[in-house]
Design a protein. Structure first.
Length: 158
């Protein structure tokens, strides 16, 4: 019962964080409003056509040690990832620019545009994750609430 209440609280707080981030991004502009500290956490450009920038990361010691990460992901035109799972993570996404295609478990293929969101529960199959355009990049925020004792990403066996 206690874990269920905590899980609901974490999901509720994360949903509030998504709404706050979306409001902030829409009011302050993108990416000019990002601090230089956020840019300093940028991973080197990937030759795979995807760039991820960790904007915020903290451990919530009062919520079973879960780690919250806010990350901006950019995918080049036509870029996508292989099927995978996030065993210990609640994953929320918010599309900033472009078209993002996502399919979770046996759900339908979703084509999301700016302002639309998606959710992946822990260990769900992220069967499709790709830029829906062959000519324009896609940018989206990813917010994860993760159990640090579990792997971040596990490729799906073919």
């Amino acid at each position: 019962m206690k874990n269920t209440v905590i899980s609901h609280a974490v999901v509720g707080c994360t949903t509030a964080a998504i709404a706050s981030c979306a409001t902030y991004v829409s009011l302050m502009g993108w990416p000019q409003s990002l601090s230089t500290a956020a840019h300093a956490q940028s991973k080197p450009p990937a030759s795979t056509g995807v760039k991820q920038i960790d904007l915020f990361k903290t451990t919530m010691n009062d919520v079973m040690g879960r780690v919250v990460t806010l990350r901006r992901t950019e995918r080049e035109p036509g870029n996508g990832s292989d099927a995978h799972r996030h065993p210990g993570s609640h994953t929320f996404g918010y599309v900033l620019e472009g078209t993002y295609e996502v399919k979770v478990d046996e759900g339908p293929l979703q084509k999301l545009g700016p302002g639309e969101v998606f959710y992946e529960p822990p260990n769900a199959l992220h069967a499709v994750s790709r830029n829906g355009s062959n000519t324009h990049p896609v940018k989206y925020l990813v917010i994860q609430v993760s159990d640090p004792t579990k792997p971040a990403t596990v490729p799906e066996k073919k």
